[in-house]
Design a protein. Structure first.
Length: 147
């Protein structure tokens, strides 16, 4: 594979397409000591071979958020990850609103965005809101049925 010298994204739509191919929008509901017994976390992730670590690290600068995580010491892949809620609501969601994903992951993004609104409105702190988030989570990613 040729060495990529430049790490400049000249078309924002490229990142939307790249996300359709290698990205994921996650909603995690994990047990905690909160009133509802659960915490809701959002995560945006792009995965690439470790040889593309420079590109993944460039995304931190480009999107002004996130971090790079090697998948494990033996794995040949790494992730660009954004999990800070304010970065998701102020940077990631507005970016994909402006440069939309045009594929099956657009539905996952719509659900991800819906959960972020529920969190912003503190619905995740109620049993009803938490149930709503769990139902949305179930239909995302591999849980999504063909429509």
């Amino acid at each position: 594979r040729p060495l990529v010298e430049s790490m400049e994204i000249t078309d924002c739509n490229w990142l939307a397409g790249f996300t359709e191919a290698d990205g994921c929008f996650y909603v995690s509901v994990v047990k905690s000591k909160t009133t509802t017994g659960f915490t809701v976390q959002l995560k945006f992730q792009l995965t690439q071979h470790s040889r593309d670590k420079q590109l993944m690290e460039y995304l931190i600068t480009y999107l002004e958020c996130g971090r790079y995580e090697a998948r494990s010491k033996n794995a040949q892949a790494g992730n660009f990850v954004v999990s800070k809620l304010s970065d998701i609501t102020k940077k990631i969601i507005p970016f994909f609103d402006k440069y939309p994903i045009i594929g099956s992951k657009s539905k996952d993004f719509a659900d991800f965005k819906l959960v972020s609104k529920l969190i912003e409105n503190k619905a995740h702190l109620t049993a009803e809101g938490l149930d709503q988030i769990k139902k949305i989570k179930e239909r995302m990613n591999t849980g999504r049925k063909e429509e």
